[in-house]
Design a protein around this ligand. Sequence first.
Ligand code: CA
Length: 336
Amino acid sequence: MEKSTGLPPKISATVDLDGAGVQHGHLVIPHSRNDSPWGSILMPISVIAGGEGPTILFTGGNHGDEYEGPITLMNLVRELRAESVRGRVIVIPALNYPALRAGTRLSPIDGLNMNRVFPGRRDGSVTEMIADYVQRVVLPRADVVVDFHAGGKVMTFLPMAVMHRLPDPAMMERTTAALHAFGAPVGLVLEELDAAGMLDTAVEAMGKVFISTELGGGGTVSRETLAIARRGVSNLLVHFGLVDGAIEGPGRTRLMEAPGAESYVVARGSGLYEIIAEPGEEVREGDPVGRIHDPERPWAEPVLCKAGMEGLLVHRHVAGHVQTGDCLAVVARDLA
Ligand code: CA
């Protein structure tokens, strides 16, 4: 821990996080630069609070090239009325706001990945300051956190809600119930390869329910993925008792797991990626999911990329160029 963590965050809010009614405003992030020496970044936040009840935090744009979250959450803050809410809904449509503005995964200001900097740093760069504010001001107020992701420009996923395998059985049960309530076609229980610095980890360490998503990708959205996101938000508000209504499409989620390294197909070469298997297709262990052509040696046999286990392909690389070490595909299996 740094000495500075005893001080309040450098970011301030123009909304009262503990206030009632509908408030739209900004997190004011100090950002001195050549073209604006005393400038700041105004990052949108909305708080919609009614009567007694839990607090749910929705975040999108953790990565700036994933759009279902931001679009769905912008629709939410315009439509949700305080009178229909029991509890509090805090919405940050774009958590890495500078990245969303630039349409890039990482922040164009400091090059940082929002989902690798938690718990953040008060005296750090813009991305670190945002994480520090969320960690120390927003998360302690939340009972449930839902963080929207998609594949971004270079990956695509079968639309799914995602949770981690949790050591506490009671938390595992609560989170699995929320995953089912979200109602995506697939609910993936993930074993993270590197969980340090993630918002997920920060929330789970506080003993709160955390749900994430991977909805499509390719740097765009589809009607299908937007409909899933919209239904997911509405279902979770009902599930946690914040609004009245019925869960739409209950029981449709296929619960699956990505148990470990064998789920991930990693590129063993660089070059042009020929797709063999698409997300949604079942594969057996050893089945080729794609192959990599070396443009400098067109006559050479392409490098085969094989599934490490039997299951459903839930992700694939989108970009035509791949490099050694890229994650090309993810295979998931039904959770027993
Ligand atoms: Ca992401």
